[in-house]
Ligand binder design. Sequence first.
Ligand code: FCB
Length: 447
Amino acid sequence: MKTLQFPPDFLFGVATAAYQIEGAVAEDGRVPSHWDTFSHTPGKTWQGDTGDVACDHYHRYADDVKMMAELGVKSYRFSVAWPRIIPEPGQVNQKGLDFYRRLLDELDRHQITPAATIYHWDLPQWLADRGGWVNRDAVHYFADYADALFRHLGQRVPRWITHNEPWCTAFLGYGLGEHAPGHRDWREAVRASHHVLLSHGLAVRAFRAANLPGEIGITLNLNVVDAATPTPRDQEAARRADGFSNRWFLDPLFRGQYPEDMVRLFAPWVAMDTVVEPDDLSLISSPMDFLGVNYYSRSVVYDKPEERLLQVGHVEPPKDQITEMGWEIHPESLYRLLTRLQREYTALPLYITENGAAFPDQVSEDGAVHDPDRVRFLEQHFAAAHRFISEGGQLKGYYVWSLMDNFEWAFGYSKRFGIIYVDYPTQRRIWKDSARWYQALIRSQGS
Ligand code: FCB
């Protein structure tokens, strides 16, 4: 296969998140997050796995950055751990900031451009104890935290991502109970979603006020939803599922309003006019500089009246086209998603801030990790992104999830998304074939 040529300034990247890789949960003044609490609660994660040690990246960051340099990536997306920076309201922990300064130094040394996510789910427990994202006050705590990052690191980070996947923060955390804090209450979840979006708007405003050189945006997990059949019932089901996954976040961000159909659907749980205050939506829709897209899969849905909340059922994807997560492999939907975003929502530059796949990797007898499924997955998804760009689409970068295997939330260490394998008992990093494939793709640019 001829290697694809991307624009000269295209940001080939890799992504990670603090709680998934750092470990060192009690070091240098870090306080607990609600993910520490959740993962230490029996029954919440696979085999009780926690992020206590994870990839020990807190101590190995220099070697990990060297690995990125060998890969040849141009950019690294990581997240800052809120509980390292703000140990209690009003305090800023210098030692926490120093860790990220050291990381930024290392990235600088290798000319890797940082992209920092402000919130990738590790809410300080002190804020969880005050009601977390259900409490409107969280919005101000978040803005203060973001402001501290802008003040201390703002000159060094060219690209900020306020939130990673508000859908997961709100709906997986407070509605479905699969993520911290593990609540199952749609009244909480819908409120939380509004507060997360509002906190994004406040952070964008704080960023503009700080007059910094960089850019700011948000990362959404977006999903292509197809109806199982052309019947009006299934089409309507697809519309609801799309409203829930995509429009609930895209509409307020880009159109300054929540989608009417979803407001009606959520009304039995939350009357939005009791949650949304004047000016909230104009804050939420404050102009950003880019949109980050996390894309993994699509859904095929049908009308299922007995199903709670959305009355939607999911069609099982074909067994030979799924990842280890059970997610359908559907690269064409990445292309469809990107084109839809530009057609319906925004002319802003787009970044794929996450894309990747879990497969049951093993170290072979030759000491290597052969992951042909992941190589194929990445090849197909990069090709879909390339097609979008070649038709004039504004896609500026692509971050593979993930640099290395890590703590996959409720799935613990049982799911491996890395292009680099982590042998947890020794913390040895082993290149998978997909890492070599990525290195070759990046090297072949401009040639
Ligand atoms: C996304 C998360 C990321 C990782 C991948 C597999 O939803 O943002 O942290 O868990 O899924």
